[in-house]
Design a protein around this ligand. Structure first.
Ligand code: ADE
Ligand code: ZN
Length: 329
């Protein structure tokens, strides 16, 4: 185990289904006699051409996750991996769309299975998980209302956040204001994917219409220095996933990635993997690449962990417990 593996990490941006190891999905497909061979390449990894195709492959993989037990097992498998890379606190996006088709009663069953798995993972691997209910932008605003209802009805305890993922080119943040208002009223922390495939205006619109404290990705804010200054002054936290951005072709390589410039400009950045097996990454590998590309070291990673801790959607007791763990390591 390397120093970087051991470095304690907090991960705020992880899609549960997107973290499913390909072997896990293949196994489910075989058990359920579903032919998913088209979404895997010869070596057994997920195969996709570009971002829209990635979303299609992602959703195809989700079709074999059909029971609360499947999600229970997935949470355990994912958290074992995360913990092996030094993650002590994780927040994962959970989509009721993929857990019972957005039906509230079904969602409750899936949720209790995932919550139980998170408890087991805490006992076995020492990792704490919180859930962020997520609507999918390209499924549309009506659908998002239903997902917000699921979030509202199950807010508290394990569910601490609400977000939006999916195709940023579809609809406008304004269309999702109702869903975010409902989630805010339920006391949930708010985050939105923006500034990944959309430019600075997309980030501005998410902040203005959705009232989020965190932005998923947000890296294209770098294209507008006024916005960068605003993010720094307002303390908006970016959930940056550099390996994801490079793998999806948003930037040609790590040295071109703006994470270092954003941080040097005073923006609160955190580091996550997004959908690790899709992007052939792990939290350790993200840290290794940051070291190689920008010479980040132990002090930088300790500072990143504190930024993530302050931005985490968790209660004060959990925050204090994670702070203690960080102090002790
Ligand atoms: N869902 C899973 N990964 C995503 C990403 N990188 N952007 C938008 N939606 C996603
Ligand atoms: Zn994401």
């Amino acid at each position: 185990m390397t120093e970087l593996t051991r470095q304690p990490k907090l991960e705020l941006h992880l899609h549960l289904e997107g973290a499913a190891p390909p072997a896990f999905i293949r196994d489910m497909a075989r058990k359920k006699s579903v032919d998913l061979s088209r979404i895997f390449e010869a070596q057994g990894n997920y195969a996709y051409r570009d971002f829209p195709d990635f979303l299609r492959v992602y959703e195809a993989a989700c079709t074999v996750l059909t029971t609360p037990q499947d999600f229970h097992d997935l949470v355990l498998a994912v958290l074992e991996q995360s913990a092996a890379h030094g993650v002590i606190y994780s927040e994962t996006f959970l989509s009721p769309d993929f857990c019972g088709g957005g039906d509230l009663l079904a969602w409750r069953d899936y949720l209790s299975a995932m919550d139980a798995a998170a408890e087991q993972a805490k006992a076995r691997f020492g990792i704490t998980l919180r859930g962020c209910v997520t609507c999918i932008r390209h499924f549309g605003p009506e659908n998002a209302r239903q997902i917000a209802l699921c979030a509202q009805e199950t807010a508290g305890g394990f569910i601490t956040g609400f977000g939006i993922a999916g195709d940023e080119s579809q609809f406008h943040p304004q269309d999702f204001a109702y869903a975010f208002d409902a989630a805010r009223e339920a006391g949930l922390g708010l985050t939105a994917h923006a500034g990944e495939w959309g430019g600075p205006d997309s980030v501005r619109a998410a902040l203005e219409h959705l009232g989020v404290s965190r932005i998923g990705h947000g890296v294209r804010a770098i294209e507008d220095s006024t916005l960068v200054d605003y993010l720094a002054r307002a303390g908006v936290v970016l959930e940056v996933c550099p390996g994801s951005n490079v793998a999806l072709g948003l930037y040609p390589d790590w040295t071109s990635h703006p994470v270092n410039k954003l941080r040097r400009a005073g923006v609160a950045v955190t580091i996550s993997t997004d959908d690790p097996p899709f992007f052939h990454t792990t939290m350790t590998q993200e840290y290794q690449r940051l070291t190689q590309a920008f010479d980040w070291g132990e002090n930088d990673f300790a500072a990143i962990a504190q930024t993530a801790l302050a931005a985490a959607f968790c209660d004060a007791d959990t925050r204090a417990e994670i702070a203690k763990t960080l102090e002790a390591t």
